[in-house]
Design a binder for this molecule. Structure first.
Ligand code: HEM
Length: 317
C-alpha cells in the first residue's frame, strides 16, 4: 500500500501506478477562471469510474469515525419487558370456533351465582398493601371473579401482564400506587385499591341511583355493572390478561375469555387492551364469522367523561 501524495488515500501498487501520473492531489486542484473546481474526474485527469481499480481504500481519518448515537429524547417506557418469562401463552392458534353459541353462553353465565367479593386481586403484593384483603367496598354490590383473575403465569399474576402496543411484547404492568387514588373524579372510574373510600362512596352513590345496573357483565377484574356506557378512564384499566377490553367502532368489547382462542394470537388483542386504539381498521380484514364472534363480547359503548366533555375533558386520559 502506498500513501497518496495528499495523504488522504491509500492505494495498492497497481492502483498507484495507474493513478500517480495523472492524479492531482485535492489541495492542488486548479480552479477555473470563475473560481469553480473542475467538474469531472476526467478534467482532473483521473481514470473513469469504471476503469478505477477496485482496491481503492476508503478515506481514513476523523471524518470516517462513526458518530455516537444521538441521546434518546423520550423517557424509558414505564413497563418492564417480561417477554422471556411467558413461554406458555399461545402466540397463534389453529382456526377453530371453540365458543359456545350465544344462548348457551348466556345460560352458563346465568347459572353462576354472583360472587360477593371478599378480596380483589389488584395485582399488588402483600407488602404493597395490607388493606387489599379487607375490602371496604360495599358488600351488597355484585362482583364476579373471572376464572383467570387469580391465576398466574410463571408466578406472575395475570392482572399484571399486559402487552405493549408499541413493541407488541408482553410487559409487566406497573404496580398501582398504594396510597393514592388515581381514579378520575369525573366519571365512574375506580382506582385499583378496593379499600379506597372515595371510590367506594362514588360507587355507592351510583348504584343507589341506578339499581338496575346491579348484575355483572361477563368478566371483569373489579366492580363493574351491566351499565352499557364506559368512559375511557374505566376502559384503560382493562389492559391485562385477567381483563382485556378493546374498542371497536366506539363500542366496548370484553375479550378476556377470547384471548387465548383468538386465531391471530393473544398479543394482537392484548396490545389494544384498555382501549388504547379503536380497532375498527383491524376488524376490516376479519371474516364475517369473526365479526359474528366479536359481537358476543360486546358489553357497551364508549361514553363521555366529565359530563359531556369527552376524552379531552377527562382528567386521567
Ligand atoms: C373481538 C374481536 C376479534 C375477534 C372476535 C377476532 C377473531 C378472529 C378470527 C375468528 C380470526 C380468524 C380469521 C377470520 O375468521 O377472519 C382472526 C384472525 C386474526 N385476527 Fe382477530 N379478532 C378480533 C380482533 C382482532 C384485533 C383487534 C386484531 C388486531 C390486530 C386482530 C388480529 C388478527 C390477526 C392478525 C388475525 C390473522 C390470523 C391469520 O390470518 O393467521 N383480531 N381473528
Amino acid at each position: 500500500m502506498d500513501r497518496c501524495e495528499c495523504g488522504l488515500f491509500q492505494m495498492d501498487q497497481e492502483a498507484s501506478e495507474t493513478v500517480s501520473k495523472s492524479h492531482i492531489p485535492q489541495h492542488l486542484i486548479q480552479l477555473d477562471d470563475l473560481g469553480n473546481p473542475p467538474s469531472s474526474n476526467q478534467s482532473l485527469g483521473l481514470p473513469k469510474r469504471s476503469q478505477r481499480p477496485r482496491s481503492y481504500s476508503t478515506p481514513t481519518g476523523p471524518s470516517s469515525t462513526p458518530l455516537p448515537p444521538p441521546p434518546n429524547p423520550y423517557p424509558p417506557y414505564p413497563f418492564v419487558d417480561i417477554e422471556d418469562n411467558l413461554p406458555q401463552l399461545p402466540s397463534r392458534r389453529k382456526l377453530s370456533y371453540p365458543l359456545s353459541e350465544p344462548d348457551e353462553r348466556k345460560k352458563i353465565e346465568a347459572s353462576k351465582p354472583p360472587v360477593m367479593c371478599e378480596s380483589v386481586d389488584d395485582g399488588r403484593t402483600d407488602s404493597d398493601s395490607d388493606s387489599s384483603s379487607s375490602s371496604t367496598v360495599p358488600q351488597h354490590l355484585p362482583f364476579r371473579h373471572s376464572s383467570s383473575i387469580n391465576s398466574t403465569i410463571n408466578g406472575i399474576p395475570k392482572s399484571r401482564v399486559g402487552c405493549s402496543s408499541a413493541t407488541g411484547k408482553y410487559v409487566m404492568l406497573p404496580l398501582p400506587s398504594s396510597n393514592l387514588c388515581d381514579a378520575c373524579p369525573n366519571c365512574l372510574d375506580v382506582c385499583s385499591s378496593p379499600s379506597c373510600p372515595t371510590c367506594s362512596k362514588k360507587l355507592h352513590t351510583f348504584y343507589n341511583s341506578h339499581p338496575s345496573s346491579l348484575s355483572p357483565p361477563p368478566s371483569s377484574l373489579k366492580i363493574t355493572s351491566n351499565k352499557s356506557t364506559y368512559t375511557l378512564c374505566e376502559i384503560r384499566r382493562h389492559n391485562h390478561l385477567a381483563s382485556c377490553w378493546i374498542i371497536i367502532k366506539s363500542r366496548v368489547y370484553d375479550v378476556t375469555d377470547f384471548l387465548e382462542s383468538h386465531p391471530g394470537g393473544v398479543k394482537s388483542l392484548l396490545k389494544y387492551g384498555g382501549g388504547v386504539k379503536d380497532c375498527e381498521e383491524d376488524m376490516m380484514f376479519h371474516s364475517y364469522k369473526a365479526r359474528e364472534i366479536m359481537e358476543r363480547y360486546r358489553i357497551g359503548k364508549v361514553g363521555e367523561c366529565g359530563g359531556g366533555g369527552g376524552e379531552e375533558k377527562c382528567c386521567v386520559m
